[in-house]
Design a protein around this ligand. Structure first.
Ligand code: ATP
Ligand code: MG
Length: 387
C-alpha cells in the first residue's frame, strides 16, 4: 500500500485550446515549489498524482503544493493495484474520525466488475465490521471514505479533501510591478493579482536614514512571505530620501503626499518597462486615507503614461483585507511598528481633493527628471529566492 498525494485543479479546465499551456505551467510551478524534495508527478485524467516521496515529508509537501495558484484541492491517499481484495484491505486500515461515515465510490475503470453503489455498500460493511461504534450517515457524515477506481489500473483511497488556494497558474498572465510598502494592504494586493496568474516584481521606496534598516528588512520579509505563493519576487529598493527632501524644501507642505505618490508612479513605470512588466499594482482602497480619494487617485494616475495601474483592493473594506493578510501570513509582519516613508515629512493637513493644475505648478519647482534618474541609478535589487 503506497502513499500518494492527489492534486485537483479547477479553473484551468475552462480554457479550451489553451488548456495544455496552462496545465504545463501548473506542473512546472508545482515541481518548482518542490525542488527540495524527491517526488514523482504523474498525470491521470483530470488530476495529478505525487508519488515516490519520503513519507516524513508528506505534510510539508502538501503545505507547499496547497499554496500553488491553480491547485484547488489535495488529498493524501493510499494507492493500491485495483482488486477487490487490495481495496478491502486498505479500507480496513483507514482511521476514521467522528462517529458517522459514508463511502463514495467512483468507478472510472469499467473493467472492475462491481458497480459503484454496490461496492460502496460492500465497503461500508467492511468499515462497520472493523469499527463497532461507527454508524452510516449518507447525508451528513463526519467522514467520507473516497474510493476512486481509475483507468490506470490503480485505486486511490482517501478520507479527506484539503481546500487549496485556487486561482490561475503564475505565468499565465504578463507580469506586474507591486508597490510594496510595509503596510497591511500592498502584500494582499500582490497576492491577489498573482492569484490571477501574474508573476510579480516589487518596488519599495525607502527613506533611509529617516526610516530604519528594520523598515527595509520588514519589506524584504513581506516579499519573502508572498513569494511562497507567487514564486521568486525581484524586489527593487529605491532610495527616496532626496526626493522627499527636495519636495519638503521647495513645495507647499500640503502637496507632499500627492507629489511623492506621483514620483513613485513615474519611477515604477520606468522600472516596470525596463523589466518587461505589463502593469503596476498598488494596495489602494477607496477613501481609506487622504491619498486614496478618487481626486487623489486621478492626480497620481496622471503621472503614468502607458501602463495600467491595478488596484485589486479598491472596493474592499479593511476587515476583509486584514482577513486575507492573516490567511496568507503577512499580517503579523505588516503590523510591526517600523515607520514607512509616507510618514516622513507628513503634513498636518494633506490635500484630500488635489487639483491637477495646482499640483503641476508645485511639481514644476523641482528638477523632476534629474531626481528620478538619480533614484533609479541607485536602486538595490534583491531576489527572494536568494534569501
Ligand atoms: P499599505 O497598507 O499597503 O501600506 P496604506 O493603507 O498604508 O497601504 P498608503 O500609504 O496611502 O496606504 O499607500 C497606498 C499604496 O501605495 C500602498 O498600498 C502601496 O501599494 C503604495 N506605497 C505606499 N508607500 C510605499 C512605499 N514606501 N514603497 C512602495 N509602495 C508604497
Ligand atoms: Mg502604508
Amino acid at each position: 500500500m503506497n502513499k500518494a498525494i492527489l492534486i485537483r485543479f479547477g479553473e484551468i479546465f475552462l480554457k479550451g485550446k489553451n488548456k495544455y499551456v496552462f496545465e504545463n505551467l501548473l506542473i512546472k510551478n508545482i515541481l518548482k515549489t518542490l525542488t527540495d524534495y524527491k517526488v514523482k508527478l504523474t498525470k491521470i485524467s483530470g488530476r495529478y498524482i505525487l508519488t515516490e516521496y519520503d513519507e516524513i515529508n508528506e505534510t510539508e509537501i502538501m503545505e507547499k503544493v496547497s499554496h500553488v495558484f491553480g491547485v484547488y484541492s489535495l488529498s493524501g491517499c493510499y494507492v493500491v493495484k485495483t482488486s477487490e481484495e487490495n481495496i478491502t484491505n486498505c479500507v480496513k486500515q483507514l482511521e476514521i474520525v467522528g462517529n458517522t461515515f459514508k463511502v463514495d465510490v467512483k468507478r472510472a475503470n469499467k473493467q472492475f466488475p462491481i458497480r459503484s453503489t454496490d461496492f460502496a455498500a460492500q465497503m461500508g460493511g467492511v468499515v462497520l465490521e472493523n469499527n463497532n461504534n461507527l454508524k452510516v450517515n449518507l447525508k451528513n457524515p463526519d467522514t467520507t471514505i473516497y474510493i476512486e477506481i481509475r483507468e490506470d489500473g490503480n485505486s486511490y483511497i482517501y478520507n479527506s479533501i484539503v481546500k487549496c488556494v485556487g486561482g490561475m497558474p503564475v505565468g499565465s498572465s504578463g507580469g506586474g510591478l507591486l508597490l510594496l510598502s510595509g503596510g497591511i494592504d500592498s502584500p494582499v494586493a500582490g497576492f491577489l493579482m498573482s492569484k490571477r496568474g501574474m508573476p510579480l516584481h516589487a518596488i519599495h521606496f525607502h527613506s533611509f536614514p529617516y526610516t530604519s534598516e528594520l523598515a527595509k528588512d520588514k519589506v524584504i520579509s513581506l516579499a519573502k512571505i508572498i513569494s511562497e505563493y507567487t514564486g521568486n519576487i525581484t524586489l527593487h529598493i529605491v532610495p527616496f530620501t532626496k526626493i522627499q527632501e527636495e519636495i519638503h524644501k521647495h513645495c507647499r507642505p500640503e502637496y507632499m503626499i500627492t507629489l511623492m505618490r506621483r514620483f513613485m508612479m513615474r519611477i515604477s513605470e520606468i522600472v516596470a518597462t525596463e523589466n518587461n512588466l505589463k502593469a503596476i499594482i498598488t494596495g489602494e482602497s477607496l477613501a481609506q486615507v487622504a491619498s486614496q480619494t478618487i481626486e487623489s487617485i486621478t492626480v497620481t494616475n496622471n503621472a503614468i503614461n502607458s501602463l495600467p495601474v491595478l488596484r485589486p483592493l479598491i472596493a474592499m473594506d479593511k476587515e476583509n483585507i486584514i482577513e486575507i493578510s492573516k490567511k496568507i501570513n503577512t499580517y503579523n509582519t505588516s503590523i510591526l511598528p517600523y515607520e514607512d516613508c509616507c510618514t516622513v515629512f507628513l503634513p498636518e493637513n494633506p490635500l484630500i481633493k488635489p487639483k491637477l493644475e495646482k499640483v503641476l505648478k508645485e511639481e514644476n519647482r523641482l528638477n523632476v527628471e534629474e531626481l528620478i534618474s538619480n533614484a533609479i541609478s541607485n536602486i538595490e535589487v534583491i531576489n527572494t529566492n536568494d534569501i
